[in-house]
Design a protein around this ligand. Structure first.
Ligand code: URA
Length: 279
């Protein structure tokens, strides 16, 4: 247990996360009124160490959607975003210039969670390592698992179409997922799987330093922004995220199931274009 804790602390230290708190068993959760600065220093613990608990996320106030730039954005106090904001803090030791290759090499032939058992290929991510725009989906499906690349199945084709309609090329952007291995039967990734895998995603985002992170679907929104509200309610909203911006939108697979909702995705891609000043 000691070694496990030490490994875990080292892992988060490498991410620039230095401070943790320990909630005594039986004590109440951090109140929603927790001072943001304090909450910022906390970070998500692994589910296997029950004595170190993740702070509850303070509520996020929804904001009316805006149709013209510059977008108003909502600060997000979710732990994931906080972990990333720590990289901006002068006190946080920061490994400069960590590259995607280094992160991938650290990920290795990952067996950190149970998803490794059913996967064929780790789907690390694909695209421009200096992209202004990152898309974050949920997790690889069968096609992605076969090819080792994100969004190459039907949902990927729709994403490609949206990217093209927006006047961009797939190779201009970076595409990745909350988890890098296919969940069995394409189920939604579970919390412990996300907790294990998402630090690699945060490192990818930090390495790329995009201007905008586009969260595709509820799991990405929940994980990166800590927002549990229905995706169809909050889509089209910009959020402050780790010193950059994030936009929540629906997952292309949702649009495949509900073809009439393609207009939603088109609208949100227009916002992306406006935000990036491509119009
Ligand atoms: N759906 C996702 O969320 N990610 C992929 O890579 C493919 C489909």
């Amino acid at each position: 247990m000691r070694q496990q804790l030490s490994d875990w602390l080292e892992f988060y230290r490498e991410l620039g996360i230095e401070e943790f708190y320990r909630r005594e068993p039986g004590s109440s959760a951090i109140p929603a009124t927790t001072d943001a600065a304090k909450a910022t220093k906390a970070s998500p613990p692994p589910a296997t160490l029950p004595q170190v608990k993740q702070p509850e996320r303070p509520a996020v106030t929804p904001m009316p959607r805006e149709s013209s730039p510059p977008p108003k954005s909502v600060p997000v106090p979710g732990p994931a975003a906080q972990s990333l904001s720590l990289f901006e803090a002068p006190a946080a030791p920061r490994r400069e210039h960590e590259t995607l290759e280094e992160i991938q090499s650290d990920l290795g032939d990952c067996h950190r969670c149970r998803l490794a058992q059913g996967r064929k290929t780790i789907v690390f991510g694909q695209g421009n390592p200096h992209a202004e725009l990152i898309f974050v989906g949920e997790g690889p499906g069968a096609d992605e698992d076969d090819q080792g690349l994100p969004f190459v199945g039907r949902a990927g084709q729709l994403l490609n179409k949206m990217i093209q309609l927006a006047g961009m090329k797939r190779e201009d952007v970076y595409i990745c997922n909350i988890v890098k291995c296919r969940p069995p039967g394409n189920r939604v990734p579970e919390k412990d799987e996300i907790d294990t895998c998402s630090p690699f995603l945060y490192r990818q985002i930090r390495a790329i330093q995009p201007r905008l992170v586009c969260c595709l679907g509820a799991p990405a929104v929940r994980t990166l922004l800590g927002i549990k509200e229905g995706i169809t309610k909050i889509r089209g909203t910009f959020y402050d995220f780790a010193g950059t911006k994030a936009l929540a939108t629906v997952h292309p697979a949702y649009v495949l199931r509900n073809p009439r909702e393609e207009t939603i995705l088109r609208e949100d891609f227009e916002k992306i274009v406006e935000f990036l000043g491509r119009k």
